[in-house]
Design a protein around this ligand. Structure first.
Ligand code: NAD
Length: 225
């Protein structure tokens, strides 16, 4: 499958490298030119055991590329992951400007049916906003292209990211279309011999699942005095 990943940070880089290692053709786009220059020299922006070897092997095999713009994506993607940051603002709410910018760029460049997968941690209802932004751009371009927006939140732990990605406890997929469901199934089945760890649900339930998991983890942090 041809995959584009927007954002080559912790989540995007691990996602892109691991899906390339499973045989997909992956292009990671990041606006940080220095990061992309380093990745193209084999220099990792993060330390994650095993990541550099996977990146190098898949770059050498021609399955993993790093670019700074959609202009440099060579193959039309069947799946686009949004994996940009959603840092907290002063009120503690997620800053969604990077997700909305990524959605706008998708609308500018989309040429054929595609599954847009939100991997960033976002509030419930964000997929609707992403869909609205893409739709507005397509309308502006007078293009009648269909697409589906799927929520596939990430649960990897820093320091064990490759292992968590390749041997997941659970994969949450929120989607409302059968076409998108089948594509997500194709994508994730190589990671598991059966589908018992693959949880399909509606989009908002998937968005909520990530927030609930984070809230649960927060209650497990103890402060010893
Ligand atoms: N780091 C984790 O352990 C972890 C785990 C689960 C979920 N998440 C969530 O995943 C999301 C990404 O987190 P991260 O840690 O990978 O963030 P990060 O800050 O490491 O990486 C985000 C990347 O996106 C790039 N970017 C921003 N806007 C862009 C745009 N318009 N086009 C292309 N690239 C753009 C940035 O330059 C940066 O390299 C966040 O929502 C985060 O909450 C993170």
């Amino acid at each position: 499958m041809n995959i584009t990943v927007i954002g080559a940070g912790y989540v995007g880089l691990v996602t892109g490298a691991c899906f390339a290692d499973l045989g997909n053709h992956v292009t990671c786009i990041d606006v940080n030119q220095e990061k992309i220059k380093h990745l193209n020299q084999g220099i990792m922006p993060i330390y994650e055991p095993g990541l550099d070897a996977i990146v190098q092997a898949n770059r050498d095999a021609g399955r993993l590329r790093f670019v700074t713009s959609f202009d440099d994506v060579q193959h039309e993607p069947q799946v686009i992951f949004i994996a940009v940051g959603t840092p907290s603002n002063q009120e503690g709410a997620a800053d969604l400007q990077y997700v909305l910018e990524a959605a706008k760029n998708i609308g500018v460049y989309l040429n054929q049916y595609c599954v847009i997968v939100d991997k960033s941690t976002v509030p419930v209802g964000m997929a609707d906003q992403v869909e609205g932004v893409i739709r507005a751009e397509l309308k502006r371009r007078a293009k009648a292209i269909t697409f589906d927006v799927v929520s596939n939140p990430e649960f990897l732990r820093e320091g064990a990211a490759i292992d968590d990605f390749m041997r997941p406890d659970r994969v949450i997929i929120g989607c409302s279309s059968k076409r998108a469901r089948n594509i997500m199934l194709d994508l994730y089945l190589p990671l598991m011999r059966n589908t018992e760890k693959l949880y399909f649900m509606n989009v908002k339930d998937a968005e909520m699942t990530k927030y609930v998991a984070n809230a649960m983890l927060a209650t497990r942090i103890f402060v010893y005095e």
